[in-house]
Design a protein around this ligand. Structure first.
Ligand SMILES: Cc1cc2nc3c(=O)[nH]c(=O)nc-3n(C[C@H](O)[C@H](O)[C@H](O)COP(=O)(O)OP(=O)(O)OC[C@H]3O[C@@H](n4cnc5c(N)ncnc54)[C@H](O)[C@@H]3O)c2cc1C
Length: 394
């Protein structure tokens, strides 16, 4: 592992810092991802080469050469400046379209997506298919120039505000289950698609269920070949898992918790000076630092073009659990204020920690549950025997 930055990368870090200093005020507020402010911020970042960095210019991106260290520096500097980083549109769909989409799909979808004008949702999970995603039952058959879709999806985050869904459907019912799936792009609001919000424990309704009844999409809206959707979907999940559990996020939250522990008191004593709280903070800090150094290990492998294996596979599991534990410590530090919710006038930070605590619990499940991550680590990294497979009839 080489921890030194070259002069070029150090200069890049200085450039990003000075950009953030002078433009920070133009950044959108949290939760404004699709607002006009968010879109003009994203446009500014693309112009500077800080967002959609490696997306070719012909599709509206910054057209830079891939440089893992520069991407890492950007992520670090934006996190510590508490400024929303630029995005590459949607880290689940844009890389997939670039790699496997048709030229027409790239031209139509990538530009608006990286500018934040087109939002996507992921139609994978079904009531009977989550961890065992390949058992999905939503079907599509070809009729003329269209796929005709029938079935149900569930837990679709953001489906109410999205413009498009990337969706897995079974197109070859007689093929083995992993080979019978296709990956379709469906405009939201297509006739025959009914989206209903689901209430979450945070009180929000970000989740949705979706019903397809003879919903028609042109056969040109497939990514990859018919029956190869499983391989396309796995490429998407790889990008999603990479983003969940980012160690920079845990570290930046830890700094916020330390501030909280300096300002909250019990009987006039700052929490940071009380051994029981200090002890918990130190244990959390040790784990966060371990994940930070693990992130450097991943980076070192990536730079050399090697597959990191174990260091990469633990990121989602450890990072999401750490975020949840950090929010738990913040709630305890808030004492009786930590159990308030909704619109109580006594809320600290608009109830952010309570909201995060519940949301982060969900993120331990979303994108592959903790148990599934442990199976992957056990089987692929530690060489443990594979768990027996019981194939469902589909
Ligand atoms: C915050 C959040 C956002 C989400 N967003 C989306 C989205 O946008 N689009 C989408 O399609 N889906 C989404 N999901 C759904 C998510 O992908 C599924 O919840 C997840 O894959 C688990 O599937 P399941 O809920 O059906 O649970 P199940 O697969 O039924 O699992 C139930 C329990 O059994 C355990 N389990 C299952 N199989 C095994 C095994 N082989 N070994 C050990 N334990 C096992 C699981 O770990 C879990 O604890 C989201 C979920 C959450 C929580």
């Amino acid at each position: 592992m080489d921890l030194a930055y070259s002069a070029e990368h150090q200069a890049f870090r200085d450039e990003v810092r000075s950009f953030l200093k002078s433009h920070k005020d133009q950044a959108p507020k949290p939760g404004e991802r699709s607002s006009a402010a968010a879109q003009s911020w994203q446009k500014l970042l693309i112009e500077h080469g800080y967002a959609a960095r490696t997306v070719p210019r012909e599709y509206g991106g910054a057209g830079q050469q891939p440089d893992i260290l520069k991407s890492h520096i950007l992520a670090e500097e934006f996190t510590f400046a508490k400024v929303p980083p630029g995005h590459s549109g949607d880290n689940r769909i844009v890389p997939v379209l670039l790699e496997m989409g048709s030229e027409a799909q790239k031209q139509r979808f990538i530009g608006p997506t990286i500018r934040g004008e087109m939002l996507w949702c992921q139609g994978y999970s079904e009531p009977g298919s989550g961890s065992d995603l390949a058992s999905l039952q939503t079907k599509a058959h070809v009729d003329g120039d269209d796929f005709v879709i029938n079935g149900q999806k569930i837990w679709t985050s953001g489906a109410k505000t999205a413009h498009m869904m990337f969706c897995l459907v079974r197109t070859e019912p007689d093929a083995p289950k992993h080979q019978g799936i296709s990956y379709l792009l469906i405009p939201m609001g297509t006739p025959g698609m009914d989206v209903r919000p689901l209430k979450q424990m945070t009180g929000d309704s970000q989740f949705n269920e979706g019903f397809f009844t003879d919903c028609r999409v042109p056969t040109t809206e497939i990514v990859g070949a018919r029956g190869e959707g499983w391989y396309v979907a796995n490429a998407t999940l790889k990008h999603e898992r990479g983003g969940l559990g980012d160690p920079n996020q845990a570290e930046s939250r830890f700094h916020a918790i330390l501030e909280l522990m300096k300002s909250e008191t019990i009987d006039g004593r700052r929490l940071i000076d009380i051994p029981a709280f200090r002890d918990r903070a130190m244990a959390l800090q040790a784990r966060i630092l371990a994940m930070k150094f693990n992130g450097m290990r991943v980076l070192s492998h990536d730079i050399k073009g090697e597959e990191p294996g174990l260091p990469r596979w633990i990121v989602k599991l450890q990072g999401c659990e750490l975020n949840h534990q950090a929010a738990g410590l913040a709630i305890d530090a808030l004492g009786e204020l930590g159990i308030l919710y909704d619109d109580s006038p006594y809320l600290r930070d608009h109830g952010m920690w309570q909201h995060r605590y519940m949301l982060d619990l969900g993120l331990i499940i979303g994108g592959g549950t903790a148990q599934i991550q442990k199976n992957i680590i056990g089987e692929r990294a530690l060489g443990l025997p594979k768990e027996p497979k019981f194939e469902k009839q589909i």
